[in-house]
Design a protein around this ligand. Structure first.
Ligand SMILES: N[C@@H](CCC(=O)N[C@@H](CS)C(=O)NCC(=O)O)C(=O)O
Length: 215
């Protein structure tokens, strides 16, 4: 069985990279990690070496290249059928897929205006109405999922849905975007994960910063 290699961007900023990385760590799937520095000269040249999309994350498995965070997570779920990447129950799985796809395709105001930044000192910024709408929608999604599952994760045990929303946890915390108690408690659950702590520690040790992501 060839080993898995996950190519990621800077841990401080690369929210899409965080998703499969966190899921693989939580699910104890061994992998090699290759970090490509984003926003330095020639990073596109570096990325094209790894992925046709010129974006990270990318997963290499032998001769196979899988790109795009959700496609990578789906591949990992298929390859590791003994591990519950998705909830076992069909209805739960359908809901987990729905909110994961919603994250992948949406919340663009929040994503654009409030970039993930693991090193940012928490503090508020002025945000547009669209960001507030995105946050309210995420709070409602989390509340609905947690009411049914009783937590601690969105569908009970950790699943791809939690990995997809993990970078939102950072945004809510560092831009102080929520005072919703359910959302704050869920953020604490995610940041208590050893895998989150490992990612955060590496992000703090990175020496590079990207000006346009420092809001
Ligand atoms: N839809 C893609 C988005 C990937 C993406 O935008 N990655 C960013 C880093 S977080 C990137 O590689 N940016 C480099 C660039 O655009 O040059 C996914 O889910 O993986």
């Amino acid at each position: 069985m060839p080993s898995l290699e996950l190519i990621i961007g800077n841990k401080n900023y690369s929210s899409w990279s965080m998703r499969p990385w966190l899921a693989m760590k939580v699910m104890r799937v061994p992998f090699l990690e290759t970090l490509v520095k984003l926003d330095v000269e020639n990073h596109c040249d570096d990325l094209i070496e790894y992925s046709p999309s010129k974006k990270v994350p990318v997963l290499k498995h032998g001769t196979l290249t899988v790109w795009d965070s959700l496609a990578i997570l789906e591949y990992l779920a298929e390859q590791n059928a003994d591990k519950a990447f998705w909830p076992a129950d069909s209805a739960k799985r359908a809901r987990a897929r729905s909110i994961s796809n919603q994250m992948h395709a949406g919340f663009t105001d929040l994503r654009n205006e409030c970039p993930m930044n693991m090193r940012r000192k928490p503090g508020t910024i002025d945000v547009c109405a669209g960001v507030k709408r995105d946050v309210a929608q995420i709070e409602a999604l989390w509340r609905a999922a947690l009411e049914i599952s009783h937590g601690p994760f969105l569908f009970g045990d950790f699943s791809i849905a939690d990995a997809m929303y993990a970078p939102i946890v950072n945004r809510l915390q560092v831009y102080k975007l929520t005072s919703d108690q359910t959302a704050l408690a869920y953020c604490d659950t995610i940041t208590a994960l050893p895998a989150w702590k490992e990612w955060a520690a590496s992000a703090h040790n990175e020496q590079w910063s990207i000006d346009h992501a420092e809001i």
